[in-house]
Design a protein around this ligand. Structure first.
Ligand code: ADP
Length: 519
C-alpha cells in the first residue's frame, strides 16, 4: 500500500520540466523566427501559404504569415499572439517582433549554458528593454510634416509587392489619413480599402466618402441620386420571414387568390414604410424578395440587399444614418444624408460611391491591381502604411530605419551595460548583441556580405547615428537622406513586445500537456 503510485494527472499527459521545457520552447520560438526572418525588409522574400481549403495567400507580412500558419507548439503560439498584438496596436513591425524575440531567446540560451540563472537573464533583459526604450526616445526626431509621412508610408510598404507603385500609393495613404485627421488623431478605421482586380496598381485612387462593392438590386432602379436620404436597415423585406410557421387551409381558388393578394399587400405595406420615411436610398443587411424589389423599383428607391455589416457601420458613421432593426421604427429622423450616391463601373466591376457625406471624415482607397493576389498583397501593405502614418500623425516622432537606430541602440546599450554590476551586466550585453539581428537580417536577405557590411555600419556610426544599409546597393548611407523612416511607436512597441514574450517563455519551467496536445 505504501508504494502505491499516485496519479495526479490523467494517463498519457506529457510533462517536461526545468531545462527540457525551456529548451523545447526556446527551440520552437527560434524555428518560428527562422521562418519569418527571410521576409524582413525590402529584399525579403514572400511566403506562399495554402490553407486546408486550398486558398492561396502570397505575402511577406509577418502578421499574415503567422496567422495563416497552423502552429501547434504553445511557446511558438505565444509569439504569434505577440505579433498579432503588435499589428493591432501599431499596425506594423510584426516580423521584427518575432525576429527580435527569437534572437533574445537564442542569446538567453547562451547565458543559461554559461550557468547564469534564468531569473538573472530575465532581470537583465527587462532592464535592457527599459533602457532601450529610453534611448530610442532620446534619438527620435520630431517630424510629422507631409513629406515625412510619405517617407514613413513608403518605408512600411517596401518589399511588400507594391514597390513599383509605392510613391503613388504612399500619396493616397497620406492624403486619406490627413483627410480624416481630427485633433491630431487619424482614426484609420474610417478609411476603407476597396479592392478591384483587373487593372494596374497605378490606377488606384482615393475616393471621398464610402465605396461599396455592390450595385443596386435592379438595373431599372436609379443609379445616380443627388441629395440622397439614406435608410440603413437590418430587417428583411421578404414574405418567408413574415409568415414563419403559419399554417393555412385553402379550400377554394378564390381563397387562394385572396391569400396571394394578402401577401402582396403585406409586402406593399413594408415598402410603403420605406417610402413614407422619405428615403430614396436603402441599404438592407438582410434579404429583399422579388415582389419587394418590384415595388421598391416602382417607388424609385435605389436599393441594396445583403450589405456587409462592416459596410453598414461605415455608411452609418459617414452619413449619420441610424440602423433600424424593425421596419416599424423607420422614420425620417433615422435617415442619413449624402450629396451624391451613384453607381460606377471599373473594368467589369460595379461599385457604388457615397459622396459628400454628412461626416466628411470618411474616405476610401480604391485599390486596383491585375489579379486578386496582387490586390490582396498590396492591400496588406496599405494597411501597414496607414498604421504607421496614423502613428506618426499622432505622436510626431520618428526614427531612422534600415538598421540605423538598432546599431545606435547596440552601441549605447553596450555602454550602459558596462555601468551595471554583477551578472546582470552579461544579460544586458547579450541583449544589445541581439538587436544586431535586424541590420544583419536586412543584409542577409539582400544577399550581401554580412560581416563586412555590419563592420562598416558600426564604424560609420562613430561619425553619425543616421547611417544604415542601402540594401539595393550594398552601401552604408545616410538613411534619413534616403528617406527610410519609421515611427518611434512601432519600434518601441516591437522591443517591449519582444521583451515581454521572451520573458514569458523564459519563465516557464514546467510544461504539462494533455495527451497528444504537443503532437
Ligand atoms: P516588419 O513586419 O517588422 O515591419 P518589414 O518586412 O516591413 O518588417 O521590414 C522592416 C524593416 O525594413 C525595418 O527595419 C526597416 O527599417 C527596413 N527597411 C524598410 N525599407 C528599407 C530600405 N529602403 N532600405 C533598408 N531598410 C529598409
Amino acid at each position: 500500500m505504501a508504494n502505491q503510485p499516485i496519479f495526479i494527472l490523467p494517463e498519457g499527459t506529457e510533462r517536461y520540466s526545468k531545462r527540457d521545457a525551456l529548451r523545447m520552447n526556446i527551440t520552437a520560438a527560434k524555428v518560428l523566427a527562422g521562418i519569418v526572418r527571410t521576409t524582413l525588409g525590402p529584399k525579403g522574400m514572400d511566403k506562399m501559404l495554402v490553407n486546408s481549403l486550398g486558398d492561396v495567400t502570397v505575402t511577406n507580412d509577418g502578421a499574415t504569415i503567422m496567422s495563416e500558419m497552423d502552429i501547434a507548439q504553445p511557446a511558438a503560439r505565444m509569439l504569434v499572439e505577440t505579433a498579432k498584438k503588435q499589428e493591432e496596436i501599431v499596425g506594423d513591425g510584426t516580423t521584427s517582433v518575432v525576429v527580435i524575440a527569437g534572437e533574445l531567446l537564442s542569446k538567453a540560451e547562451e547565458l543559461l549554458d554559461d550557468g547564469i540563472a534564468t531569473s538573472v537573464v530575465v532581470k537583465g533583459f527587462r532592464n535592457a528593454t527599459e533602457k532601450a526604450v529610453e534611448l530610442l526616445q532620446g534619438i527620435a526626431i520630431d517630424a510629422d510634416d507631409k513629406e515625412t509621412l510619405k517617407k514613413v508610408a513608403v518605408t512600411a510598404m517596401s518589399g511588400k509587392g507594391s514597390d513599383y507603385a509605392k510613391e503613388h500609393l504612399a500619396d493616397l495613404v497620406v492624403e486619406a489619413a490627413l483627410r480624416i485627421e481630427e485633433d491630431g488623431k487619424s482614426d484609420i478605421e474610417n478609411i476603407n480599402i476597396q479592392r478591384v482586380s483587373g487593372d494596374s496598381v497605378e490606377d488606384s485612387f482615393l475616393a471621398e466618402g464610402i465605396v461599396i462593392d455592390k450595385a443596386p438590386l435592379s438595373k431599372a432602379m436609379p443609379k445616380d441620386i443627388k441629395n440622397a436620404k439614406i435608410a440603413i436597415m437590418k430587417y428583411p423585406i421578404e414574405l418567408k420571414d413574415i409568415n414563419t410557421d403559419a399554417k393555412i387551409d385553402i379550400t377554394s381558388p378564390d381563397q387562394f387568390e385572396m391569400f396571394l393578394k394578402n401577401e402582396e399587400q403585406m409586402i406593399r405595406d413594408l415598402v410603403d414604410k420605406v417610402v413614407d420615411s422619405g428615403a430614396n436610398v436603402l441599404f438592407c443587411q438582410k434579404g429583399i424578395d422579388d415582389m419587394a424589389e418590384h415595388y421598391l423599383k416602382k417607388a424609385g428607391i435605389m436599393t441594396f440587399k445583403r450589405v456587409k455589416k462592416s459596410d453598414m457601420e461605415r455608411i452609418a458613421k459617414a452619413t449619420g444614418a441610424k440602423l433600424v432593426t424593425d421596419i416599424e421604427d423607420l422614420s425620417e429622423d433615422k435617415l442619413g444624408s449624402a450629396g451624391h450616391v451613384y453607381l460606377d463601373k471599373l473594368f467589369d466591376h460595379e461599385l457604388t460611391f457615397i459622396e459628400e457625406c454628412e461626416n466628411p471624415k470618411a474616405s476610401s482607397i480604391v485599390l486596383r491591381g491585375s489579379t486578386r493576389y496582387v490586390t490582396e498583397q498590396i492591400s496588406r501593405a496599405i494597411d501597414d502604411a496607414l498604421g504607421v502614418v496614423a502613428a506618426t500623425i499622432e505622436e510626431g516622432k520618428v526614427l531612422i530605419g534600415g538598421g540605423a537606430c538598432e546599431i545606435d541602440l547596440v552601441k549605447q546599450l553596450r555602454d550602459y551595460g558596462e555601468t551595471v554590476n554583477g551578472r546582470e551586466q552579461l544579460a544586458i550585453l547579450k541583449y544589445a548583441e541581439a538587436l544586431e539581428v535586424i541590420p544583419r537580417t536586412l543584409v542577409e536577405n539582400a544577399g550581401l556580405d554580412t560581416i563586412n557590411l555590419i563592420a562598416d555600419l558600426k564604424a560609420a556610426h562613430e561619425e553619425s547615428n543616421l547611417i544604415g544599409i542601402n540594401v539595393f546597393t550594398g552601401e552604408v548611407v545616410d538613411m534619413k537622406e534616403a528617406g527610410v523612416i519609421e515611427p518611434l511607436r512601432v519600434k518601441i512597441q516591437a522591443l517591449q513586445s519582444a521583451g515581454a514574450a521572451s520573458e514569458m517563455i523564459l519563465r516557464i519551467d514546467d510544461m504539462i500537456a494533455a495527451r497528444n496536445a504537443l503532437n
